[in-house]
Design a protein around this ligand. Structure first.
Ligand code: 3PG
Length: 307
């Protein structure tokens, strides 16, 4: 019988797991759960007899893929698939997919929450500022960026975006101003919300050059990936500019040093939590289960990312 393994170091809400189970069992498949594991070898062992795998940010390495003797499909229940070894999947004929858009609203809401939190001095005493009238820069106008732009407008912000992969007209139709260069986005905006994926090109791409261009009192909001930040560059810009702020839900490797050197200007959640809502868990988890059933029963490869 086809076995679907859900391996989530950071588990889905129970209601989402129940929903996944129902979809899988209605299709005549069985479900296995590996939650809150801390040793990557647990995944290597659990994948041994699975036909399909659902993960979140869990690392699907070559070792995991090779250990999945019956493995046919891996679905990353979420947007970014930098945690999947796509070459290893392709080499073994395993289809890799993501579930684009399914958790975007949760991430977008957190990005806005972080802007307010930083604008109000991390909810400490003292006089804060308002988002209204400030310039918001959306760095990459994908599923999340588009929603952040919409919510920013709701707060009365003046919204700008930079995304060379999205047509100008598409962005402008949302009442968002397109800037032609990344430098222009950072030099213009009081808040920049990052929504770029972590790729060989984008890793360490946000550093001193861009941060030091930001207007006085600006804040960088990172709900994307920690890898896109050049941490040395960030430290240098923050040492030179006592007004800059940084908030993220993916803690920098040098987070302790940042907090010590730049008190009140850096905030990070203890765990990545942008997509950690019941709604996002249901949307992404159930989509992943449907995609597995669709592929195994009908060969549907709509969301394949290793083409
Ligand atoms: C994504 O890429 O979908 C988000 O970063 C969410 O990741 P998570 O499923 O680990 O919370």
């Amino acid at each position: 019988m086809t076995k679907v393994l859900v391996a989530t170091e950071k588990p889905f809400a129970k209601v989402a797991v129940d929903g996944i189970k129902k979809i899988v069992e209605d299709a005549g498949f069985t479900l296995a759960l590996l939650e809150k594991y801390t040793d990557p070898n647990d995944l290597v062992k659990a994948i041994a007899d699975a036909d399909a795998l659902i993960v979140r940010s869990d690392k699907v390495t070559k070792e995991v893929v090779d250990a999945g003797k019956n493995l046919k499909i891996v679905v990353r229940a979420g947007a970014g698939y930098d945690n999947l070894d796509l070459a290893a999947c392709t080499a073994k004929g395993v289809v890799a997919m993501n579930t684009p858009g399914q958790n975007s609203n949760a991430v977008a809401e957190l990005a806005i929450g972080m802007m307010i939190y930083m604008a109000r001095n991390q909810f400490q005493a003292g006089t804060g500022t308002e988002l209204k009238g400030k310039k918001l820069g959306i760095h990459a106008y994908g599923n999340v960026g588009k929603i952040v732009a919409c919510y920013g407008k709701g707060f009365g912000m003046d919204v700008y975006a930079f995304d060379p992969f999205v047509a100008k007209e598409v962005i402008e139709k949302d009442g968002v101003k397109v800037v032609e260069s990344i430098e222009k986005l950072y030099s213009t905006c009081d808040y920049v919300s990052l929504h770029i994926p972590a790729t060989e090109k984008t890793k360490k791409s946000i550093g001193y050059e861009l941060l030091s261009k930001m207007p006085k009192g600006a804040a960088l909001i990172n709900t994307a990936r920690k890898e896109v930040i050049d941490e040395e560059g960030l430290k240098k810009a923050f040492a030179e500019r006592a007004d800059l702020k940084y908030s993220t839900d993916i803690m920098a490797d040098c987070h302790a040093e940042l907090v010590e050197k730049f008190p009140g200007r850096v905030f990070a959640t203890p765990k990545k939590m942008g997509a950690q809502t019941v709604e996002a868990n249901i949307n992404a988890g159930l989509a992943a289960a449907h995609q597995i059933v669709g592929y195994i029963k009908n060969g549907d490869k709509k969301f394949q990312v290793n083409k």
